[in-house]
Structure formats: structure tokens, C-alpha cells
Design a protein around this ligand. Structure first.
Ligand code: ADP
Length: 541
């Protein structure tokens, strides 16, 4: 017998319609690349996303055609999120931090038809436009009078002139909920980038999940500042979840330095912010230097790479801000786990609670995970056994866009490329990316553990642990460290600092001081590049 409930497809257009109807006057605030603060609200965003949809119709862009963006977090980008996907086209967020050649490769692979870009990225577009073979329309996200007369880009339009003349009424199409809605390429640290192609259904289910109390706990009482870029896995789904719950959104634009982010957090009474650890490092540095405090911030979601315990502690103990440690990846839309305590943990002493908070967290309903060994045998959830982490769920990819060869799935599970442990309570902890694991004398050393200890030292700004070939032990860990400016910390000091914090054989053989650690396009340490830079390095005898 079938149920007798209404059959309604899960569509992105419904989220913006909802936000307009029930939270129309809720603020959407953006620091623009022009430098000023711009104020909009959900009703205006909805109206303008319908204008975008009309403008795309006028170009006769078909369902499924790709509309690419090269843009910071801001209101125009948000309008494209809803206008492009809502009208049945696929929003393709390009990462401007990639090398221009990679951007060309990705735009051609995706067969983008349109590119909308912030004026900051005009020099990139000028460099690449002739090599992008499928893009027919170029739109600069600016007012008509800001459009340069001599950009060299044929037919370049200003966003405001392009969509501004359209009607703000539009009947969103009744799409199949499995229709593709957006696409996002992985950063491709190994091989060519690969694209996850999300659907309306997967995006909506992910948005529901993100808003749950044990996940980001989003509500109409929140003012949310996603520092994580809208060009990086849809800013972790926050724009959609915010529309779904009617939260206020605050966009930082291009100004991601500690001072600018802090000013916005305070001025817009932000209650929740989200970003990768490197961004928060800058913010904490700014607070410390100025003796500042947060007056409104309550929670911050930190993920994308392991959040050092010292950072969780600083937010918690020094500033009274709860850190929600999150794990995910492009192929997971991106959220997989988030770390919040259970009822029985509430009575634990603070330091016991902290041990749990450092982990990447528990599964969110919708995501299942398991760890397996080399032979594919499932490993116990005892918090000690580690294995390759596999996931499945309705917002996990089935295959990549234009997949070559077989699907990446193993018996229906997606192999994440991460190595993890799972404790008896179901809390997952990433020990490494499988390609970064250090194998010493037949045992594995977690590079994340080694890095976290160095990061807890008062004189260390950043630390990366890599394995170096060793004639006897196969590999031995070396920690590469960026010192705090003016610090006189020595190799010996740091090696001593490890004593008692980690098994003796896991203590690095050496400390290498560098000016900077190379970061990838999504703010993560690029260990491949670091290994190349240290190709002449030899372990101490
Ligand atoms: P890319 O794969 O393009 O670098 P992703 O954002 O998809 O970018 O990266 C996903 C990977 O980032 C995960 O597989 C994992 O290795 C790492 N990662 C994400 N969040 C965390 C976290 N909280 N702790 C440790 N590693 C993380």
C-alpha cells in the first residue's frame, strides 16, 4: 500500500521562495569588492534571483547548461546560487585561487556556457578568456558604470545592466528533484581535478542536515558569517541552510584578514562563523594583539583540515566560543561529520570533554561510515584500530562528472582517501590522508597528531609533518615549522616539547624551520609541494 501524502519534489527554488515569504526582511549583508558594506534581504535576493532566471531564459540557455562563477562571498553570488539552479541550469563555482591554466582546463571540461566574475578577477579572465572554448557570455558582477570600456573581453556585460532590466516575476520550473543543480571540482592535488555534480535533492537534504541542532544548529535567530568561500563546496552548504531557516547572512567579500573579519563579526552581531583553520589563525592573532573580545560570536564551525587542539582551546577558554569541529569533502556536498557531545558527556570534567571535541565527530543522519583494512575487512570501533574511511548517503557522489572507467564506489561505499579511527561512541577521528600517512618500522604515525603538538607550542604559527625515507625504518617523521615572528625557539626546544606527549618512536627525528608552508587553493597545507621543496633534505644521521 502506498502512503497518501503529497508528492513534492525537493527543489532549490523552494528554499528561496520560503526565505522570501517567511523571512523577507532578514538582512543579507555583504562587504563588497568595491570596499563598502551593502545591505539586502531575503525578499530582495529572491526577486533578483528571478531576474537572473529571466536573463538566462532570454539567452535561451537550456536546462543543465553550466553557468560558472569566479566570485567571492557576496549578495550577487547568492542571487546566482538561486537564479541559476532554480531555473534548471547548473551553477559551477570555479576556484579563483587555482592556477589560470587549471581554471581553463576545468571550464573547458565542464563545458561552461557563461562566466560571471567579480571585478577582482578581471585580470584572470583577461588572461584566460581566449582559451575557454565553450563560454559564450561574460558577465562582470558590478554596476554598469564600473564596467571597463577596454576590458578586451568580447561582449562583456555588467551584471546589473544584464539582469537589472528583467522582470522580477518568474515561474520556477517544476524540475525532477534529481536534476543537476551545481558542480564543484576537487582541488586535484593529484592528477586532474574531478567534479562532484550535486542535485536539487542532495543539496536540499544536505541543507536540512546542516541545520540540525547536533550539526550547525542554525536558526532564524542566527547571524551567520561564512568565511569559507562560496567557491569551495558551496560554502559548506550554508547559503542553502540559511535560506531554509531564515537566518541572517553576512558575507566578507575579499577581505579575509583578521581585522576585517573581526569588524564584521562585531558590527553585524554574528553568532556563528565557519571556515578553515588557517583563517581562524589570522583572526585569533588579531584578537590577541589588540586585547579584543567577541561580544556576539557563540559558535564557529572549523573544518577542511584538522583543527589543532590549541585553536579549539583558545576559542573555548579565552573567548568563550564553542568550536564545532567538522569533517567533509567535495564529494560529500561536503558535510560528513560534526563534533558535538552527547547527553552522557555533559557531566564529564572539562578536559575529558575536550578530548572528545578534538575528534572530527559523529555521523549525521544520512551519512553512514565505516573503516576497513587493506583486505577490505571492517575494523572495530574501539578508538584504536585505524583503517580507510568509507562513506555512503544521499549527498555522497555516486560517480564523478564525465567519469572515466568504473565508478569509484566499493560495494556501494565511497572511499574517502582518509584514514581514521572510530571510538565505541561512534566519534570518528582522522589520523591522516592515506597518502600522508607515515610508515615507520611497520607502524603508522599520524602526521596530524605530530602537527597538533607542535601547534600547541607558544612559538609556532604553523606546522606540517611529513615522512622522510629512512634506510632502516622505511620512513621517519620530520616536522616543518613556521615560527612566530621574533621567536628564538630552537630545534632542541621543540623536540623536547614532544616528550611525554606522544610515544617516543613517534617523536619526529628533526625540525626544519621555514618562512612559510605552501597552501593550496582551499587554504590547506600542500604537502606535495612541501616534499618537493625539501627534496634535497637529508635526515640527521
Ligand atoms: P580537496 O579534496 O579538493 O582538497 P576537500 O575540501 O574536498 O578538498 O578536502 C577534503 C579532505 O580534507 C578530506 O578528505 C580530509 O582529508 C580533509 N579534511 C576535511 N576536514 C577535515 C578535518 N576536520 N580534519 C582533518 N582533515 C579534514
Amino acid at each position: 500500500m502506498l502512503g497518501l501524502m503529497q508528492q513534492q519534489n525537493l527543489l532549490i527554488s523552494d528554499m528561496i521562495e520560503f526565505a522570501e515569504k517567511h523571512h523577507g526582511d532578514t538582512d543579507i549583508v555583504s562587504r563588497r569588492v568595491e570596499g563598502d558594506i551593502h545591505r539586502s534581504n531575503w525578499a530582495t535576493i529572491a526577486a533578483r534571483s528571478r531576474q537572473v532566471a529571466n536573463a538566462l531564459d532570454q539567452w535561451k540557455l537550456g536546462v543543465g547548461e553550466r553557468v560558472a562563477t569566479l566570485a567571492w562571498n557576496g549578495y550577487r553570488h547568492l542571487e546566482l546560487y538561486f537564479g541559476v539552479s532554480g531555473s534548471g541550469r547548473v551553477l559551477h563555482t570555479l576556484n579563483p585561487r587555482l592556477h589560470p591554466e587549471q581554471i581553463v582546463w576545468i571550464a573547458n571540461h565542464a563545458e561552461d556556457s557563461v562566466l560571471c566574475f567579480d571585478m577582482t578577477f578581471l585580470p584572470i579572465v583577461q588572461k584566460i578568456h581566449q582559451d575557454c572554448t565553450t563560454i559564450k557570455h561574460w558577465v562582470a558582477l558590478c554596476d554598469a558604470d564600473k564596467l571597463p570600456a577596454d576590458s578586451g573581453i568580447p561582449g562583456l556585460l555588467s551584471y546589473e545592466a544584464w539582469m537589472g532590466k528583467q522582470a522580477n516575476t518568474y515561474a520556477w520550473p517544476a524540475l525532477d528533484e534529481n536534476t543537476a543543480s551545481c558542480m564543484c571540482y576537487t582541488s586535484g592535488t593529484t592528477g586532474n581535478p574531478k567534479a562532484a555534480l550535486y542535485s536539487h535533492r542532495s543539496t536540499l537534504l544536505h541543507a536540512y542536515a546542516c541545520a540540525l541542532p547536533d550539526v550547525m544548529c542554525l536558526s532564524a535567530r542566527d547571524s551567520i558569517l561564512p568565511v569559507v568561500p562560496m567557491f569551495h563546496v558551496n560554502a559548506w552548504g550554508i547559503p542553502y541552510s540559511a535560506a531554509m531557516v531564515g537566518a541572517k547572512l553576512v558575507f566578507p567579500g575579499a577581505a579575509l584578514d583578521g581585522k576585517s573579519v573581526y569588524e564584521l563579526l562585531e558590527a553585524e552581531k554574528v553568532t556563528l562563523a565557519a571556515g578553515v583553520p588557517t583563517v581562524w589563525q589570522m583572526l585569533l592573532g588579531h584578537l590577541k594583539a589588540g586585547g579584543l573580545r567577541f561580544n556576539y560570536l557563540k559558535r564557529t564551525v572549523i573544518g577542511g583540515s584538522a583543527c589543532p587542539p590549541a585553536m579549539i582551546q583558545a576559542f573555548n577558554d579565552d573567548y568563550g566560543v564553542e568550536v564545532l569541529h567538522a569533517w567533509g569533502m567535495t564529494e560529500l556536498s561536503p558535510l560528513g561529520t560534526l563534533c558535538t557531545l552527547k547527553n552522557k558527556h555533559l557531566e564529564l570534567p572539562k578536559d575529558e570533554q575536550m578530548k572528545i571535541r578534538l575528534k572530527q565527530g559523529r555521523a549525521i543522519f544520512g551519512i553512514d561510515f565505516k573503516i576497513i583494512d587493506d583486505q577490505g575487512k571492517e575494523q572495530p570501533n574501539d578508538g584504536k584500530a585505524y583503517g580507510d574511511l568509507l562513506v555512503k548517503g544521499p549527498w555522497v557522489i555516486r560517480e564523478y562528472y564525465k567519469q572515466e572507467g568504473a565508478s569509484p564506489l566499493v560495494d556501494g561505499w565511497f572511499p574517502t582517501g582518509d584514514v581514521a579511527t572510530v571510538d565505541p561512541e561512534g566519534f570518528m577521528q582522522i589520523t591522516d590522508r592515506s597518502k600522508d600517512v607515515i610508515k615507520s618500522g611497520g607502524e603508522w604515525i599520524s602526521s596530524i597528531d605530530v602537527e597538533n603538538i607542535a601547534m600547541a607550542h607558544a612559538d609556532v604559527t604553523m606546522a606540517a609533518c611529513i615522512g622522510m625515507a629512512h634506510p632502516k625504518w622505511d620512513e621517519r617523521p620530520v616536522v616543518v615549522v613556521v615560527k612566530k615572528p621574533g621567536s628564538a625557539v630552537t630545534r632542541e626546544d621543540l623536540l623536547k616539547f614532544y616528550e611525554g606527549k606522544i610515544a617516543k618512536w613517534q617523536i619526529p627525528d628533526d625540525v626544519v624551520f621555514v618562512e612559510a608552508i605552501p597552501l593550496g587553493a582551499t587554504g590547506k597545507m600542500l604537502k606535495t609541494r612541501l616534499r618537493e621543496q625539501l627534496s634535497d633534505y637529508r635526515l640527521p644521521a
